[in-house]
Design a protein around this ligand. Structure first.
Ligand SMILES: Nc1ncnc2c1ncn2[C@@H]1O[C@H](COP(=O)(O)OP(=O)(O)OP(=O)(O)O)[C@@H](O)[C@H]1O
Ligand SMILES: [Mg+2]
Length: 261
């Protein structure tokens, strides 16, 4: 380890950390860094949250998307201030942290990047806020799941003529994911409405969303379908309730995929 090199550029909690950038203290052996990022920088709570590898350093302060979506980021920065409410479970339902629905009709406008930066902010506030309050931070306060990944697991588990061990492994991972999605405090559900799905799969998704609505747990959905049309793909009743709990934010512009600054 290079003792002159500090680690604040890599660590998502650095903006809330009192030893951020302090030589001899802010390094890869910091116990908080290891808890959040893992000993190798590819583990810890970010791994438990299923945050895709390319996004483990992404937060609202460094997201490349802000420059081209300034109005969206102004709303989201305000929204993130509401995270202080996570430590007050007695708040009435109408005052709890809201859900978000990030939508654009074109792809590659930064919805997934932004959803994960918000989830990482939640993780960061939860971790630092718990320690400040003398509480034990949860191992998995946030979870990321993409519709594509979930549906692939479902297909692997249910498709005929798949070797038994593969089907069983997919099935147990599928159900573990559904449980995590239901119970986690803060969920990113990416690309909702992406593919046409079977009735049984749709029913599992309803169950997750309904459970989160009933227990008033915030969720960030990303989608290429406007919120008002998604009810026709899923249960109208569930989506009417979801709509009441969601702030819809539209991303504009052309695809920035492959764009490098
Ligand atoms: N506004 C932006 N400025 C700079 N880079 C961006 C912007 N939006 C997206 N990107 C980059 O483009 C790539 C795709 O972004 P992302 O996956 O977040 O878009 P998306 O809206 O979720 O796309 P999709 O609709 O296909 O799910 C990422 O590498 C991201 O960093
Ligand atoms: Mg996306």
């Amino acid at each position: 380890m290079d003792s002159n090199k500090t680690n604040e550029q890599n660590c998502i909690i650095s903006t809330l950390c009192t030893i951020s950038g302090v030589k001899g203290k802010c390094h890869e052996l910091c116990p908080h860094w290891i808890t959040i990022h893992g000993a190798t920088g590819e583990g810890g709570r970010l791994f438990a949250a299923n945050i895709p590898r390319q996004y483990i350093h992404t937060t609202l302060s460094n997201s490349a998307v802000e420059e081209s979506q300034p109005e969206v980021y102004a709303i989201i920065k305000k929204y993130v201030e509401s995270f202080q409410k996570m430590f007050d479970p007695t708040l009435p339902e109408k005052d709890r942290i809201k859900s978000l629905y990030l939508y654009s009709n074109t792809t590659g406008t930064g919805k997934t990047t932004t959803a994960i930066s918000i989830a990482n902010e939640y993780l960061k506030y939860h971790y630092v806020g718990s320690i400040k309050r003398g509480l034990k931070p949860k191992r998995r306060p946030v979870y990321f799941m993409g519709m594509n990944e979930l549906q692939t697991l479902y297909s692997e588990a249910t498709r005929p003529n798949v070797p038994k061990e593969i089907a069983e492994r997919a099935s147990s991972r599928y159900y573990e994911n559904l449980e995590a999605m239901k119970d986690v405090d803060f969920l990113v559900f990416d690309d909702i409405g992406l593919r046409s799905s079977t009735e049984a799969f749709t029913s599992d998704i309803h169950h997750v969303i309904n459970h989160r609505n009933t227990t008033v747990k915030p969720t960030i959905y990303t989608s290429n379908i406007p919120l008002q049309d998604i009810g026709s793909m899923y249960s109208k009743q569930i989506w009417d309730r979801t709509r009441d709990m969601c702030l819809e934010i539209a991303f504009s512009g052309e695809s920035k995929r492959g764009f490098r600054r």
